[in-house]
Design a protein around this ligand. Structure first.
Ligand code: CMP
Length: 146
């Protein structure tokens, strides 16, 4: 199973890339794809198509294009649920301490990170950011303990 994670511009500009990646690595999740990108308008609109028409849509599109984004494909058993637990609730003010958003965000707009919320979302979102050739298959050396 795979999921898409984006460290959004606030996460990159606040120097949280390493901290965020460490949380996934420490949990035993395999990083199958990783890159820093500038999100184009077309990519932003495709990625956030489900939010079109909502009051926060225009500012969301503007914000995701406002600075660098680190995109990742994470892979593993139950990776979507495990990742969502590590990420925490959408609103940083309500996210549990110990989660990424709970520890580093008090905002719903600037919540550092995006993670696919279902298999369907992951299947839709991953190809927006990654070609198949950019997703790499390898084994973690600690796989037998994870
Ligand atoms: P993300 O997981 O990137 O998906 C959509 C984003 O919209 C969400 O994180 C929030 O940063 C942002 N957002 C702003 N207002 C809301 C809201 N009321 N409900 C959900 N998402 C919101």
């Amino acid at each position: 199973m795979q999921t898409l994670v984006l460290v959004k511009p606030d996460g990159v500009l606040r120097l949280k890339i390493g901290e965020i990646i460490s949380r996934f690595e420490n949990k035993g999740i395999r990083i199958a794809g990783l890159k820093m990108i500038s999100v184009s308008k077309e990519m932003a609109e495709r990625h956030y198509a489900v939010h079109r028409g909502k009051p926060f849509y225009d500012s969301l599109i503007k914000y995701i294009m406002s600075g660098p984004v680190v995109a990742m494909v994470l892979e593993g058993k139950d990776v979507i649920d495990i990742t969502r637990k590590l990420v925490g609730a959408t609103n940083g003010a309500k996210a549990e301490p110990g989660t990424i958003r709970g520890d580093f965000s008090s905002s719903i707009d600037f919540n550092l990170i995006h993670a696919s919320d279902s298999i369907d979302s992951a299947n839709y979102e991953i190809p927006i950011f990654f070609k198949e050739s950019e997703i790499i298959n390898y084994e973690r050396v600690d796989k037998s303990w994870l």
